[in-house]
Design a protein around this ligand. Structure first.
Ligand SMILES: C[C@H](O)[C@H](O)[C@H]1CNC2=NC(N)=NC(=O)C2=N1
Length: 95
């Protein structure tokens, strides 16, 4: 399914609203790294993100090493950033 990519000004707005995320992959993704007290906390967070992501049918690209979780958001169906990534960043930031 085709999804619209964000315009440059929409991308800037996304970063303004979510300053802890940064652009990656030539502006086609945003990334954020989270650090927790330990693995249990990190994995609990991942579980909450997983439930959100599946409900939204929008899935993160991520990795976990002990207490750290690195998340990249991009929209495969758009070949870059879309409103779905902005919505997911907002939902993750609200956890
Ligand atoms: C068929 C299904 O709705 C699509 O493949 C969804 C699933 N999750 C997705 N997640 C992400 N990050 N990008 C997508 O384009 C995407 N598309």
């Amino acid at each position: 399914m085709a999804v619209a990519r964000l315009t440059d000004s929409e991308r800037e707005e996304l970063l303004r609203r979510h300053p802890e995320w940064s652009l990656a992959r030539d502006g086609d993704a945003i990334e954020r790294t989270f650090a927790f007290a330990d693995f249990n906390e990190a994995f609990g967070f991942m579980t909450r993100v997983a439930l959100l992501a599946d409900k939204a049918d929008h899935h993160p690209e991520w990795s976990n090493v002990y207490n750290r979780v690195q998340i990249a958001l991009t929209t495969h169906d758009a070949g870059g950033l879309s409103q779905r990534d902005a919505d997911m960043a907002k939902a993750i930031d609200a956890l």
